[in-house]
Design a protein around this ligand. Structure first.
Ligand code: DQA
Length: 156
C-alpha cells in the first residue's frame, strides 16, 4: 500500500505573540533587584516560551531603549503576523503620547505589563499613557506579570 502523503504542516500554525520591552529592561537581574527581582530578560523570555508552548502559542521577545524603535515594532506587528502584543514600555509608559497613539492606531490588542506596581510607587509613575490605550494591564507580579499577560492574550 502506498504511503499516504505527509500533512502539509507537521503542527498546526500557532498564534504568535510579540513581547516588547522598553528602556532599561535589558538591565533586569542587576537593576534595582529589590524592586524588579533577580530574573533577567532572558529568564523571562524562557518562562514565556515554556508557557506559550503549553498554551499553543509562540512568543517573540524584543527589547529597545529607543522610543522610535518601539513605535516601529508596534506599527509593523500586524503585518508581521502577530496576533497580540505584550508591552512593558518602562519609563516611556509615563511619558509617551506617541506610544498611546500607536496603540490606538494599530489593529492588534496590546496588553500593558509591569514587573512592579507603578500605582504604588512615586506619583510620576501613576499616569500611564500606555494604559489609556491598552486592552488590559498586568502589573506588580514580578516576572509572573508577563506570564499572566500571555495567558490573557491567549484568551483574547
Ligand atoms: C516598569 C515600571 C516603570 O515605572 C519603570 O520606569 C520601568 C519598569 C516595571 O516593569 O515595573 O522601567 O515598567
Amino acid at each position: 500500500m502506498p504511503a499516504s502523503p505527509p500533512p502539509a504542516s507537521s503542527e498546526p500554525s500557532r498564534r504568535r505573540i510579540l513581547v516588547l520591552n522598553g528602556p532599561n529592561l535589558n538591565l533586569l537581574g542587576q537593576r534595582e533587584p529589590d524592586i524588579y527581582g533577580h530574573a533577567t530578560l532572558a529568564d523571562i523570555g524562557a518562562l514565556l516560551e515554556a508557557r506559550a508552548s503549553e498554551l499553543g502559542l509562540r512568543v517573540e521577545c524584543r527589547q529597545s531603549n529607543h522610543e522610535g524603535v518601539l513605535l516601529d515594532w508596534l506599527q509593523q506587528a500586524a503585518g508581521e503576523g502577530f496576533a497580540a502584543v505584550l508591552l512593558n514600555a518602562g519609563a516611556y509608559t509615563h511619558s509617551s503620547i506617541a506610544l498611546l497613539d500607536a496603540i490606538r492606531a494599530i489593529a492588534l490588542p496590546v496588553i500593558e505589563v509591569h514587573l512592579s506596581d507603578p500605582s504604588q510607587r512615586e506619583e510620576f509613575r501613576h499616569l500611564s499613557y500606555v494604559g489609556m490605550a491598552a486592552a488590559d494591564t498586568v502589573q506588580g507580579l514580578g516576572a509572573q506579570s508577563y506570564v499572566v499577560a500571555l495567558e490573557r492574550a491567549a484568551a483574547l
